[in-house]
Design a protein around this ligand. Structure first.
Ligand code: PA5
Length: 468
């Protein structure tokens, strides 16, 4: 693995397990990995899927490699090139882009946006943003007040800049099933705004991303939008971040989607070929499984060091909960942001129930020259002793201090280290966590695909509204 590879360092936690415990899981893990990869062949064969394997959404595993191969062969006509072209078109067409979707149809893009863009992106002028449009997320809730604020803001912009890109909004509506009510209702509202404010441009400003059948597909066909992208069969919602679901808004946001795909493809190759002892997917699963089975550590805390990674954690919360939270089993994911949450959950992690395995997600090299503590002639706060010390140095002191405090109390911590927050590193991270979730499902006999439990509330909600 290169310097730009994601690294998993579980050494501190392993001190709390008997020697050889992880090695003893090798055969079981290798067989779960083999099943995970064989599922890809089964899916690709197009043959009948045994009932016990249904649903089978193994398509995400080889997808990044397939897209990169398609790009090599078909160049301008490849899906990657078409996504990039559409993304560039939207960037030139509108200064505000709204992504409508819920669950797997929005959380991945939110993770990329928060990870790769400035937290104040939307507040910066177009020039400072490098011509990259503002990005908003809606349709992930049913919150009238919140949606209204955005609708009003976009309407005001359209009125203030009637003939320029500054006033224009584009909508990317994403739903695999095409029928999820939250996204569908939001789309009605935003579609109305776009059609009223930009009647001549509406067909080019609205871009649906959806499955090959369903209400949104039918609507898109009838409306005749300039671009419509498909979410392939065999890739489930929470595994769809590297399909048009994440790639189109990422391309429109000026992100390097080839690097994202390359990172994910590199991770799949590593998963396939690295020996058990060096395979970060298998080591990650083995450690989580051992702590859960042996010590009852059923809460997996993803401890993100920096708020840029919080939304990655929220994406992972969904991935783990919906994939393995079945049959009254499955670890509970919990995302924290430090040092913020050291002043809230930190107390419980240090002294509460012994049911937590903590994974530090470390962001690696910062992108900008660091802030240093300035000297002040009065020194009333006695901080001149830190004058010239960088903020990353202060953060490192917090990380080391927290890990030591946990170790002193026999609280297990592991590190997942990013080289820095880039498209390539995020591609690796997403693919690693998706692979790990599926391998763990196969290890414990839980089908990681599908989310039958989510259907219950949808059914009741629709019945309450008299929807047929
Ligand atoms: O993982 C899943 O499949 C779900 O969380 C879906 O992403 C979510 O329910 C949204 O579904 P859809 O894209 O069909 O609107």
């Amino acid at each position: 693995m290169s310097n730009e590879s994601l690294k998993y360092v579980p050494d501190a936690a392993l001190k709390l397990l008997p020697a050889g415990r992880i090695g003893a899981l090798k055969d079981k893990l290798l067989s779960a990995a083999e099943e995970t990869l064989k599922d890809v062949d089964l899916w690709q064969s197009g043959g009948p899927i045994p009932a016990a394997k249904q649903p089978l959404d193994a398509g995400f595993i080889q997808w990044p490699e397939e897209l990169l191969a398609d790009l090599q062969i078909n160049r301008d006509k490849s899906l990657v090139a078409r996504l990039e072209t559409c993304g560039a078109r939207l960037r030139e067409a509108a200064d505000s882009i709204v992504v409508l979707g819920i669950g797997g149809s929005y959380m991945g893009m939110r993770a990329m946006f928060e990870g790769l863009r400035s937290p104040y992106h939307n507040e910066q002028c177009r020039k400072t943003r490098g011509g990259i449009p503002r990005l908003y997320f809606e349709g992930w809730n049913v919150d009238s007040d919140q949606q209204q604020v955005l609708l009003n803001l976009l309407e005001q912009r359209a009125d203030q800049h009637p003939d320029s890109i500054d006033g224009r909004t584009s909508v990317i509506v994403i739903s695999k099933s095409g029928g999820t009510l939250e996204a569908a209702v939001a789309f009605r509202t935003f579609r109305e705004l776009i059609e009223r404010k930009f009647p001549k441009l509406a067909k080019s400003l609205i871009v649906p991303v959806t499955g090959d059948a369903g209400r949104l597909r039918n609507l898109s066909n009838a409306a005749g939008y300039e671009d419509v992208f498909s979410i392939p069969d065999g890739i489930g919602g929470r595994f769809s971040i590297l399909t048009a679901v994440g790639l189109l808004p990422a391309a429109a946001n000026g992100m390097n989607i080839r690097a994202l795909l390359q990172g994910a493809a590199d991770m799949t190759e590593h998963f396939r070929n690295a020996p058990f002892e060096e395979n970060i997917v298998l080591q990650y699963v083995a450690v989580g499984h051992a702590f859960e089975m042996d010590l009852g550590m059923t809460t997996r805390v993803l401890s993100t060091w920096g708020s840029k990674l919080e939304a990655v954690g929220l994406w992972y919360d969904q991935l783990l909960s919906e994939s393995l939270g079945k049959h009254e089993r499955g670890a509970t994911p919990l995302t924290v942001v430090n040092t913020r949450d050291l002043h809230s959950r930190g107390q419980q992690h240090q002294e509460g129930r012994r049911d937590k395995l903590i994974t530090n997600l470390l962001p690696g090299r910062p992108h900008k020259p660091p802030i240093t503590v300035p000297k002040h002639e009065l020194d009333q706060d006695q901080l001149n002793q830190l004058a010239g010390v960088t903020m990353p140095r202060i953060l490192q002191a917090a990380i080391d201090g927290t890990n030591k405090a946990y170790a002193d109390e026999q609280r297990p911590t592991t590190d997942l280290v990013m080289p820095s927050i880039t498209e390539h590193a995020l591609g690796q991270l997403f693919q690693m966590l998706m692979l790990a979730t599926v391998v763990e499902g196969r290890l414990v006999g839980t089908n990681p695909y599908g989310q039958p439990g989510v259907e219950a509330y949808k059914k009741n909600m629709q019945a309450n509204l008299g929807i047929k």
